[in-house]
Ligand binder design. Sequence first.
Ligand code: NDP
Length: 282
Amino acid sequence: MTHESLQEIVCCMGQPVAGNPSQFMMERAFAAAGLDWRYLTLEVTPEDLPAAVAGMKAMGFSGGNFTIPHKVAVIAHLNRLTEAAELMGAVNCVFAEEDGFVGENTDGKGFVAALKEVVEPEGKKVVLFGAGGAARAIAVELGLNKVASIDVVNRDAGRGRDLANLLTERVGIAARWIPWNGKHTLPEDADLVINGTSIGLSDAAAMLPVDLDTFRESMLVADVSFNPPQTAFLQAAEDAGCQAIDGLGMLVNQGAIGFKIWTGIEPDRAVMREALEEYLGI
Ligand code: NDP
């Protein structure tokens, strides 16, 4: 690092974005890697998004993360998308190439990386609750990683059917939408059960309508919620003898994948997880 060189800049744009933990996590990882990089958290309205992305280009940002409400709208301002981002129709991470920005989606990749610390997804039978942005990202990446099948359990028929169709028609794996009426019964042969809904976000006591008696010890159970990471759903799964994966692993890994895309360097994921836990007061 020389004092004559300019710092590299990346950012997170969203609204509302105060309280987003990415900056804290990323700046710790930059410091641990000895990189003179800065990560800015920027509140940007939907009306200002085009000017804000043009500003990133004009100022030579290396890339950035995009969060609610910009994950779909940002696509119109990018040069091209990766395969996963194109399938998902949403972008949470952009990186600069010579003449513009490329859109990627690291949410599902982060989930799969956390999953692979425990088990290989190939051939697994999956039950996925939810069909929103996070669930869609997870489902596409699980499909690209050749799971055997995905049951998409979702309240809204349109979103549920749309995701199941995407998986069968474009990703090429067995999938179906199952309406979520009352307490859902888990099939005995499910290998992986995922809460991809926002139930549990900021509410440790909130529980999914699931028949808890249908948990089996053989099931691996995951939750996307990272605040709090120990949800009532994961607790119930652990009480039934299942192995559980919390949403912090997904968050750390999606951040680590973005870090590697921008810098070319593998970050210290333990440093990132520690930073997150400190920020969230866990
Ligand atoms: P969306 O708003 O896009 O989707 C929300 C999903 O939750 C929908 O499928 C919705 O169902 C379902 N849902 C919400 N409330 C209920 C309910 N009471 N009963 C049944 N279903 C319900 O949100 P996101 O996908 O963007 O985010 C979901 C969660 O994922 C959030 O908690 C977010 O913090 C987390 N997340 C975690 C990440 C990580 O790295 N750990 C990364 C990204 C997100 P319906 O379609 O029927 O309305």
